[in-house]
Design a protein around this ligand. Structure first.
Ligand code: GLU
Length: 482
């Protein structure tokens, strides 16, 4: 590429960070970094009615958590600021007036009532260009008289506006199908249609990367670039992410929020990795990728033109891969809050519980359910001891529990290796199979049909004292059963 690539992410602070928006930002970031370019954050807050309090902070927080680092933005000046649209009002007015002078726009004084009278059957209307040819004198007189006005785009007649999208190829729209839309509203606010062009130009954006909802309006925006005599940027439009074959992922269904997934116990890097694959397939076909690997491999050829389906099961799987690849220490750090939230919080050694969980969960929020049983122990169904294959019945179980008590009592240093050695040795002395002892011991320690981990792991978590207390309780139950 002959000039430095500059891409931008331009979220509107209208709520939480939708997965689809985040993916757009991620691709713009990957593309800039892959090409050694700059990545810019711009806040598009001109739609004051849709603004949500705190949403701007959420954008910063999300990008930081997701590891998407921008070079320029509201808090990182790069000489093209301000990077918040509501602080650029003077700029839009200046350029709208300039565009009028250049013949690419005009003042329109039509009243609301007049515009409403143009309504078609479906409630929409196309502006009839009523003010397009007012004389310069009339315009001046009406402006001087303080009449309210908007500035509209003067779409050239009889042309076809075309461009080549880097993902979708050639897109053409005939000027007959383009309305003389409003660029600057009567309150001085720009429309998106105008602001995106002015800002992308002034911020030196070389590649505009955004959702397909803008694919077919882009010819209209290009006419504004042309009227200014500005070089058009290149475009990459991205298809939507779907919930299923017919429904887009949507804020409204609350099923697409980055922070919700974090709260569910997904790791940010796993979410980012997963969403990178929604619409992009690297040549290497790699799935689990670090940010650096994604940057290195990002290529436009791998972008898909069809929409992708968000598959939470797959994201869960990927998250599990991330969890298992962590060091014990890292896993302990991320899982500790979930252990603390469970019923066993603080009762046992959290590090041992973390070790037990690392291979057994795909997302961290599964942890409490998997360990809550450790906090509860009481009467249980003795049929759990009956295991035909292992030839365990209540009598064998009673023996086995006695053997386990003997073994556990003899352990000084409480760790899995020592507990295991003691149990194996005690089983041997008693002439029992260690499998039988361990099976019975696991039931006796937990009173559960299934547990994450066997007798030795359960004993390690519970500690010597609690293990003995439970084993003796179970011994009592088995004796009563005779
Ligand atoms: N503010 C627009 C949005 O959130 C950005 C579109 C663009 O990237 O140009 O949809």
């Amino acid at each position: 590429m002959d000039k430095t690539v500059r891409t931008r992410f331009a979220p509107s602070p209208t709520g939480f960070m939708h997965i689809g928006n985040l993916r757009t930002g991620l691709y713009a970031y990957l593309f800039a970094r892959h090409n050694g370019g700059k990545f810019i954050l711009r806040i598009e807050d001109t739609d004051r009615e849709r603004m949500v309090e705190g949403a701007v902070d959420m954008v910063y927080r999300t990008l930081a958590t997701a590891g998407i680092d921008y070079d320029e933005g509201p808090d990182r000046d790069g000489g093209c600021g301000p990077y918040i649209q509501s602080l650029r009002m003077g700029i839009y007015r200046e350029y709208a007036e300039k565009l009028v002078e250049l013949g690419g726009a005009y003042y329109c004084f039509c009243s609301k009532e007049r515009l409403e009278s143009l309504h078609g059957e479906n409630g929409t209307h196309t502006y009839d260009k009523h003010c397009r040819n007012l004389s310069a004198d009339e315009v001046k007189a009406r402006l001087d008289a303080g009449e309210p006005y908007v500035i509209r785009q003067k779409v050239p007649e009889g042309v076809v506006s075309s461009y080549t999208d880097m993902v979708f190829g050639e897109i053409s729209v005939s000027s007959e199908d383009i309305e003389d839309g409003v660029l600057l509203k009567s309150d001085g606010m720009p429309t998106y249609n105008f602001a995106n062009v002015v800002d992308d130009h002034l911020m030196g954006i070389t590649h505009v990367i955004r959702g397909t909802e803008y694919l077919s309006s882009t010819p209209k925006y290009n006419l504004i670039y042309d009227a200014f005599g500005w070089e058009r940027p290149r475009y990459m439009h991205l298809p939507p992410i779907m919930k299923d074959a017919s429904r887009k992922l949507s804020k409204r269904f609350g099923d697409a929020n980055f922070e919700d997934f974090l709260a569910k116990g997904y790791l940010p890097q796993a979410i980012v990795n997963y969403i990178a694959l929604l619409g992009w397939c690297p040549k290497s076909n790699m799935e689990k990728m670090t940010m650096d690997e994604m940057i290195e491999q990002f290529d436009v050829d791998g972008l898909s033109i069809s929409s992708s389906i968000f598959d939470e099961t797959k994201m869960r799987w990927l998250n599990g891969e991330y969890l298992r690849a962590m060091s014990e220490e890292e896993f302990y750090r991320v899982s500790a809050p979930y252990i603390a939230k469970s019923k066993v919080g603080g009762k046992y050694d959290d590090r041992i519980i973390a070790q037990l969980m690392q291979t057994r969960v795909d997302i961290l929020s599964e942890i409490p359910d998997k360990i809550d049983f450790l906090a509860e122990f009481g009467e249980y169904d003795l049929n759990m001891y009956v295991h035909q294959k292992m030839k365990v019945d209540l009598n064998v179980a009673k023996q086995a529990v006695k053997v386990s008590i003997e073994a556990v009592e003899a352990v000084d240093e409480w760790n899995e290796t020592a507990i295991k050695e003691a149990v194996v040795a005690a089983a041997e002395r008693a002439g029992m199979k260690s499998g039988q002892v361990m099976f019975s011991m696991r039931v006796a320690l937990t009173g559960q049909p299934v547990t994450p981990g066997g007798a030795i792991e359960m004993a390690a978590v519970l500690g010597k004292e609690e293990s003995l207390r439970r084993l003796r309780f179970s011994e009592g139950l088995l004796e009563k059963a005779e």
